[in-house]
Design a protein around this ligand. Structure first.
Ligand code: ADP
Ligand code: MG
Length: 261
């Protein structure tokens, strides 16, 4: 049975998509069966997995509206299959932006994704959901479906403030919609220990959140930033790079964590 994780943070540009695709590929390399769900209308995780979002016949939009099943809409990326890091992709494109409004009138509107994923739970070890930068109906569908939330964050001054909003949302979803939901962990990303402020915020995070802070730390690494333009996760584009290595470490840590869930 799959464990489902949302990669969420209501801030944009904090590394959600980078975390999702690199963790997916890192887990695939560890022979885990992975489905990556792109819940962001920008479709960056789709493109970053080597799938052209404009060419998709079916996307997560169809799944949410009930016009396709996950089994009908999921695709594979030739590039990833070739490289030996294959995971399944439930893609997204601009069409998904309309779902926000269209879902309002549907029954169980927050549970559409959860119900759809229920049919493929035996096909996977991990389902990873890349959330949009908002606490919208789309993100809510992700949170309702998930067992846990992975929160990528930069160790900056305002990071802790933003975290409070997310923690509150997760508490509300936990209380009202999804009693399984927990924060699995905070992932420090784009980290540069030479910046004193970052080291301080990192220490604060550990003091506040203890075990909830992942041991793995993702450094700022230009190879991770270059990879999407080649339609590849960084761990596939340049597996030897420091950023890629840190994501392999993180994938191992995640496998260890689900063993204890
Ligand atoms: P989000 O999905 O939260 O909006 P992204 O994963 O798209 O964030 O990252 C935002 C930008 O930062 C992208 O251009 C990405 O390539 C870059 N980036 C993400 N993580 C790193 C990293 N560890 N090192 C360098 N650049 C990074
Ligand atoms: Mg993104």
């Amino acid at each position: 049975m799959a464990k489902i994780f949302c990669v969420a943070n209501q801030k944009g540009g904090v590394g959600k998509t980078t975390t999702t695709v690199n963790l997916a590929a890192g887990l695939a390399k560890l022979n885990q069966r992975v489905l990556m769900v792109d819940l962001d209308p920008q479709g960056n995780a789709t493109m970053g997995s080597g799938v052209d979002k404009r060419q998709l016949a079916r996307t997560v939009y169809d799944v949410l509206l009930g016009t396709a099943t996950v089994a009908e809409a999921r695709v594979k990326s030739d590039k990833l299959v070739e490289a030996g890091y294959s995971y399944d992709i439930l893609g997204a494109n601009r069409e998904l932006a309309g779902a926000e409004v269209e879902l309002v009138d549907l029954e169980q509107r927050e549970r559409r994704l959860k119900n759809a994923l229920a049919q493929v739970m035996d096909d996977y070890d991990f389902v990873l959901i890349d959330c949009p930068p908002s606490l919208s109906m789309l993100t809510l569908n992700g949170l309702c479906a998930a067992h846990g939330v992975i929160v990528p964050m930069q160790c900056e001054y305002f990071a802790l403030e933003g975290l409070a909003d997310l923690v509150n949302t997760i508490k509300q979803v936990h209380a009202n919609l999804n009693p399984d939901l927990q924060i699995i962990g905070l992932l420090r990303v784009m980290y540069d220990p030479r910046v004193t402020l970052q080291a301080q915020v990192s220490d604060q995070l550990k003091a506040h959140f203890g075990d909830k802070v992942f041991d793995a730390v993702i450094p700022r690494n230009v190879r991770l930033a270059e990879a999407p333009s080649y339609g590849l996760p960084g761990v596939v584009f340049d597996p030897a790079a420091r950023g890629a290595q840190s994501f392999f470490t993180f994938a191992e840590e995640m496998v260890g964590r689900i063993g204890k869930m």
